[in-house]
Design a protein around this ligand. Sequence first.
Ligand SMILES: [Zn+2]
Length: 393
Amino acid sequence: MSGLVMQANRFALDPTPAQERDLARHAGAARFAFNWALAQVKANLGQRAAERSGKRKGRKVGFPRFKSRRRARPSIRFTTGVIRVEPGHKHVTLPRVGTIKTHESTRKLARRLEIGTARIVSATVRCEARRWYCAFTVEIQRAARRPSHPQATVGVDLGITHLAVLSDGRVMANPRHLNKAMRGLRSASRTLSRRRGPDRPATQRPSKRWDRARQKVNRLHTRVGNLRKDGLHKLTSRLATTYGTIGLEDLNVAGMLRNWRLARHICDAGFGEIRRQLDYKTRWNGGRLVIADRWFASSKTCSDCGAAKPELSLSVRTFTCEYCGLVIDRDLNASVNLKQYVAQSGWETRNGRGADQKTGPGPAGGCETSIPHQVAVQDGNLRLVTGESLGTT
Ligand SMILES: [Zn+2]
């Protein structure tokens, strides 16, 4: 897709101690203004509050709440004044606060600004886990792009054993960052629980040591989040820049989270985020995302003869078909089904299935024979016959 796109560019900052105090003060003033305005609105609404039904689609959203000095995340948004990325790619200039050193290079954004394909609309400075970030909201003129294999269709099965299994046999491992960080997190949380924290009824202030312990827990969580974000972006970018059409299951993430055994793993894998990223990245790269119907039984259907099983427990990792005798890894079977779903839904017809297969050694569109049906399962892990792992994650 070409055209104007709003995009955020975020950079970590390295403010001096004086600048840091300045930023905190500005954020505090913004919070004060927010609370003042909210109090005005509340006073006006007063009586009518009970009449509001608050009906809307999706999750219930409550009335805005006052921001507390202790709990609210310091943040300020600038929409007017001097907002600039300095030449040299190492500083940004913001209104009132002045020029602040950035922790990372602003080269990518600066280049777009120089050639005139980007315009800064606003800047938001935020403090997260003791680090300040500046996020520029940028209006970007995007050039039309094409994926490297525009004719290729791929089915993607998201899972917990593997983050994703592609219909061409590639497997993206689930890095399970949270599990790896669990040991450190447990010990840090234990330390935190032994410190004297805040006590609301007695209005007891938390101790300095509690504050420090809490910062440690927060840092670990932030690190897990950053690792996850990095991995997901790499995965979705690779998919969106490679394949013309991507078939994905319509996962009921909110429903799955109700299963408390799986919830932590699903959150860690970030299924909802994968879908969101694929949605806009396929549009940016000239591909498309096809979401299968929620009731499409991708796991319970045989990808070879189409026979459906009435039941398939989650613990069964290998799909065995009673009708045609196909033995295939469960997730690979699901991803092949998703690919076939895309083909049947008519999304592919414009390209003509198998019209151009000379696009290189990559996955060929609509060529089912390239899918390895012989998959060895070794100690619970999938070993595939073809295809190296796509990403490093
Ligand atoms: Zn079968």
